[in-house]
Design a protein around this ligand. Structure first.
Ligand code: SAH
Ligand code: SF4
Ligand code: F3S
Length: 389
């Protein structure tokens, strides 16, 4: 097993290197991380290609949030490993952090495993892996990334940029693997965020989405008033040339009247709030460690709608959480009906080893999870359709 030193590896390198294909699975955070990696590798002379078959290096930027996301990666890696001539294979992102060097045992064809905190050293790891193919390069330290990686200017879309405002999460919702694979909550300095938005906008990108697992807990750490998420929004929205500003995700326990007022008063901010409810049962919400009640959630939506005229609201739901019974599920459907979300993502509960919820019995049968998933999807489809008319 090889560990690599952290001596940098930045700057331009014009010597031509191999070709790299990156496959991204997971949330917007991973989409942004893949852009960062592409920016760093192309600055080092690697060619980025859109077809895995043409690539010398194939990197999977992975997600561990549900078992299904992991299965997809194991099976594609399995197929690749059986090929006679295979590229160098790297597993990066959340599965890398989750399974670390176990990956080499489970999938011996994998050459390199690099976790989310270490992507700023990706070029160094890749260089090592290319030199020592077959010996397993591992980079899974947990630390704050170097700020400069966010300034490579590489964005996948021509008119839209994701800008990370915080890494990690400290909320420990009982079902969720993110705090374990992404580490403690770390905020980027406000100045750097504003600088990145300015850079993106001045390069011709007019639409920006600020990213964090819980954007409303943003605090630049200076301890003074005015350094929270709403002040960040105020500052970013002042960037000349910016046409729209969105943000995800809003945790219900941290949104405030001030946020809604900013959404009302600052024209560039999109009137769209992604505020996952997860469940409509207080008993389940407590087991999930979400930190709010259904009543509180409904009050927030009412407050939002009374302040933000025509504001959209969307949610995530998990069905089949341990011990969820028919009555709990009925309450979730009731919440969806009451709020009439513009849209919602609905997930079947998936046990994540190491989380608190993994200690509860996964006692809702798969068929029942599927039934509830289908039922809530249908209900939300009906609501979304009605709202559009
Ligand atoms: N930080 C965001 C999103 C995190 S992951 C938030 O707090 O809202 C995106 C969604 O995946 C979550 O909102 C949740 O609905 C779902 N999710 C997370 N862990 C899950 C699990 N173990 N099983 C099923 N769905 C899960
Ligand atoms: Fe996971 Fe909860 Fe953090 Fe979202 S807020 S990433 S669901 S622990
Ligand atoms: Fe995102 Fe999946 Fe990681 S949801 S933070 S890519 S576990």
């Amino acid at each position: 097993m090889q560990h690599i030193d952290e001596s940098g590896g930045y700057g331009k390198n014009t010597v031509k290197k191999g070709s790299v294909y990156i496959r991204t699975i997971g949330c917007q955070m991973n989409v942004r991380d893949s852009e960062v990696i592409k920016g760093l590798l192309s600055a080092q002379g690697y060619e980025l290609v859109d077809d895995a078959k043409e690539a010398d290096v194939v990197l999977f930027n992975t997600c561990s949030v549900r078992e299904h996301a992991e299965h997809r990666v194991w099976s594609i890696v399995g197929v690749l490993s059986r090929k006679k001539r295979r590229p160098l294979i790297g597993i990066i992102g959340c599965m890398a952090q989750n399974y670390k060097d176990e990956i080499f045992k489970k999938a011996p064809a994998v050459d390199m495993v690099v976790g989310p905190s270490e992507i700023d050293n990706i070029a160094l790891y890749l260089e090592e892996a290319l030199k020592k193919q077959g010996s397993g390069i591992l980079g899974v330290a947990e630390r704050k990334r170097r700020e400069e990686i966010y300034h490579t200017g590489f964005y996948e879309k021509k008119d839209h940029a994701y800008v990370v405002i915080s890494e990690g999460c400290d909320n420990y919702c009982s079902y969720c693997v993110v705090p374990y694979v992404r580490g403690r909550l770390r905020h980027r300095p406000q100045e750097e965020i504003v600088r990145e938005v300015e850079e993106a906008v001045s390069s011709g990108i007019p639409h920006v989405t600020l990213l964090g697992q819980n954007v409303n807990s943003y605090n630049s750490g200076l301890g003074e008033q005015g350094m929270d998420f709403v002040s960040l929004l105020e500052r970013v929205s002042g960037v000349k040339g910016l046409k729209s500003l969105s943000f995800v995700t809003s945790h219900p326990k941290d949104v405030s009247r001030r946020l809604f007022e900013a959404m009302r008063d600052i024209p560039v901010i999109k009137r769209s709030l992604h505020m996952p409810a997860q469940s409509g049962s207080d008993r389940v919400l407590t087991m999930m460690n979400r930190g709010y009640s259904v009543k509180k959630y409904l009050e927030l939506v009412d407050l939002y709608r009374s302040i933000v005229y025509n504001g959209e609201v969307s949610s995530d739901f998990i069905v089949g959480f341990p011990t969820e019974d028919e009555d709990d599920f009925r309450k979730t459907c009731e919440l969806a009906e009451k709020v009439k979300f513009d849209s919602a993502f609905i997930f079947k509960y998936s046990v994540r080893p190491g989380t608190k919820a993994a200690e509860f019995p996964d006692d809702v049968p798969q068929a029942v999870k599927e039934q509830r998933h289908f039922q809530l999807l249908e209900l939300q489809k009906k609501i979304s359709k009605l709202k559009k008319h």
